[in-house]
Design a protein around this ligand. Structure first.
Ligand code: ADP
Length: 334
């Protein structure tokens, strides 16, 4: 996978299990979400009840899966993990729901990508802890009602706006996860370094944090690549110099842009004078698919204020010229 990509690849999945905070107290940042969630869980525990359904929205790698596991741990409940795309038919969902234990947490990642019939089954399950299992086909089909034990659904989505309102409304608590600031990412990096038994200096952690795109998953991945470099090319200690040199090898610049991000900006500035230029033209200029430029490179460039999407095409901001050390062309007066 891409070193600054926010979704998890195979290696991440193996390491992430070891690096996951196990309690709300260990979870770095997201103060408001943590405080609210703590109230929801403490109150449910005091009532001896199952916690309300929780919707977590936010970009990949910000800690949604981690939080769902913490919810289960804090409720001393087991957890089942699945995802919207894995549920093709309502029957798949019925099978999962009917095998849940009382109080169990069901984590449903990418909940906005569930099929429509499954979604409708979920409405009733969330509200009444009941599903209708359809047996047979056509006019002879019958609905057999099935009681479910109370459970806590934790749904995760990249954007809460993608959910149909009836589904969104059935969550008792919705939390929006923000990107992390550099100080928080530094804490994530120090914590991970300790768990991985690495020696890291404050300036080394800061260097990695600044290039991690506000995302703990990326911070942890960059830390592992810097560790490799520190082992092979230095004495193992992660200083600012070692971190900087390592990330230059991986072509991650001081703002977290990788080779593709910079290629897009460079084409926009050098070939098209900063735009506006159409997406397709820009994609051809960097030799990539349109979708790759639009979905992989652009969101971060837009978020960083380096590129703007306008009705007439893509436009570079003054910050983009500054970042690549180029001078914008003079505006002709009048
Ligand atoms: P998501 O489900 O949103 O894609 P994950 O929960 O899988 O993200 O988190 C990705 C990685 O980042 C995990 O290794 C996790 O340990 C780490 N991580 C995420 N949020 C935090 C946090 N607040 N504090 C410490 N580590 C975190």
């Amino acid at each position: 996978g891409r070193i600054v990509g926010a979704s998890a690849d195979g290696e991440d999945q193996a390491v992430e299990a070891a690096l996951r905070p196990k309690s709300l107290g260990e979870f770095v940042g997201q103060e408001r979400v943590r405080e609210q969630l703590d109230l929801v869980l403490t109150a449910a525990r005091a009532r001896g009840a199952t916690a309300d359904h929780v919707l977590l929205s936010g970009a990949p790698g910000l800690g949604k899966t981690t939080l769902s596991m913490i919810i289960a741990a804090e409720m001393q409940a087991p957890i089942r993990i699945t995802s919207g795309p894995a549920i093709q038919h309502a029957g798949d969902l019925a099978a999962i729901l009917s095998s849940l234990h009382e109080g169990e947490v069901l984590f449903l990642d990418e909940i906005h990508r569930m099929s429509r019939p499954a979604e409708e089954m979920l409405y009733m399950a969330m509200e009444d802890f009941r599903v209708d299992v359809i047996v047979g086909k056509g006019p002879g089909a019958t609905a057999i009602p099935l009681e479910l034990p109370p459970f806590t659904l934790v749904g995760a989505t990249t954007r809460a706006g993608l959910l149909p309102p009836p589904l969104r409304d059935r969550f008792g608590f919705t939390a929006h996860m923000e990107f992390y600031d550099p100080a928080e990412l530094e804490r994530v990096i120090h914590r991970s370094a300790q768990l991985l038994d690495l020696e890291i200096e404050t300036a080394g952690a800061a260097e990695i944090a600044g290039r991690s795109r506000g995302t703990p998953r990326i911070a942890n991945r960059l830390l592992r690549r810097v560790r490799d470099y520190a082992q092979v090319k230095a004495d193992g200690v992660i200083t600012r110099e070692v971190a900087g040199a390592a990330l230059r090898v991986y072509e991650v610049d001081d703002r977290g842009l990788d080779r593709l991000d910079r290629a897009v900006l460079q084409a926009l500035l050098k070939l098209f004078g900063g735009g506006p230029v159409g997406l397709s033209t820009l994609a051809v200029a960097v030799g990539e698919e349109r979708e790759t430029v639009e979905e992989v490179a652009e969101p971060f460039l837009v978020r960083e204020g380096l590129l703007a999407r306008t009705p007439r095409g893509r436009v570079a901001t003054p910050a983009a010229w500054a970042h690549l050390g180029l001078t914008p062309p003079q505006q002709t007066p009048g």
